[in-house]
Write a protein that binds this ligand. Sequence first.
Ligand SMILES: Cc1cc2nc3c(=O)[nH]c(=O)nc-3n(C[C@H](O)[C@H](O)[C@H](O)COP(=O)(O)OP(=O)(O)OC[C@H]3O[C@@H](n4cnc5c(N)ncnc54)[C@H](O)[C@@H]3O)c2cc1C
Length: 330
Amino acid sequence: MANVLVVAETRGGELRSVALEVVTAARKAADASGGGEVHALVFGAPGTGAAVQDSLGRHGADLVVAVESAGLEHYDAESLAATTAERLRSGGYRAGFFAASAQGRDLAPRVAAALGVSLASDVTALELSGDALVVQHPVYVGKAIATLRLTGTPALASIRPGAVTAAEAARTPRLETAPPASDPASSRVRVREMLARGDAKLDLGEAPVIVAGGRGLRAAENFRLVEELAAAFGNAAVGATRAVTDDGWRPATDQIGQTGRMVNPNLYVAVGISGAIQHLAGMRTSGTIVAINRDKDAPIFKLADYGIVGDLFEIVPRLTEEIRKARSGG
Ligand SMILES: Cc1cc2nc3c(=O)[nH]c(=O)nc-3n(C[C@H](O)[C@H](O)[C@H](O)COP(=O)(O)OP(=O)(O)OC[C@H]3O[C@@H](n4cnc5c(N)ncnc54)[C@H](O)[C@@H]3O)c2cc1C
């Protein structure tokens, strides 16, 4: 029986939803392997640990280790990597889990390199089995799933956002503070400011619903239809194919796919998207997939749970209207 360390990601002093997913995964893995504590490492400005302690406890953390400093208000790769590696090294942890978010993808390999241990990136399932960490990792743009056994301690994994559903596992966690292992003021790279896109309501990686548009929309201004459908759902983010972002109809940050964002929402609505393999690579693990396309042979229909064959310019406004009505109880 040994403990698991997770890095619980915060932004602007608040927990990101991926943090709760990673804590949930750690709790389940620890419980299924006969117990052990889940320790959540939190970085941020002074006060961050106390602010997130309850929420982390409600999802299964036994201990919150707060590393607080004015210099850690924003992500500091060097300081976070040194501190996480030091904690894993000195704490006798069996495993360390990260979110495979933009930050986690940067941090986890730095920690693995500092410790000289194995890291499985972007895993969709994991368990502690005997002396190994066994993970599932999609390969070949999601067409196959590799099962990897990581032996050695600590074994590290980053977990794909949305792959685990955050669940309650009530704990009353202890709060401990710890200094950073390296002073953020001496880091060679410093984040001075984080700019959020003014119109971005929900992050693609965290939205439970995504409405994505493709070249079938014909012009940038027609994305209004996609935005209205997303707004009707109330909890949806807008995504796009690379054809669309390359044409400048949407910002590159909206691109979903092999060379864009990997997303995993409960519901994915593909509007005027053909379903090229590179696009499917980023969204094929979505819960329910609905495709709207006028070409009945479009490859997206092979993956879709529900397919609507027809002209999106007729279908999307009607769908938006029906969803508005359904949500207002009409
Ligand atoms: C190395 C590499 C990496 C790539 N990475 C990515 C990536 O990360 N993400 C990505 O998305 N792509 C990526 N691509 C590009 C990818 O191969 C496709 O070109 C792209 O996904 C196609 O986008 P699309 O579906 O919007 O356009 P199209 O393939 O042109 O499809 C448009 C669809 O709209 C339908 N349509 C047209 N009019 C209507 C209408 N009125 N009503 C309903 N349906 C209509 C058509 O039937 C068609 O199926 C990559 C390509 C390469 C080579």
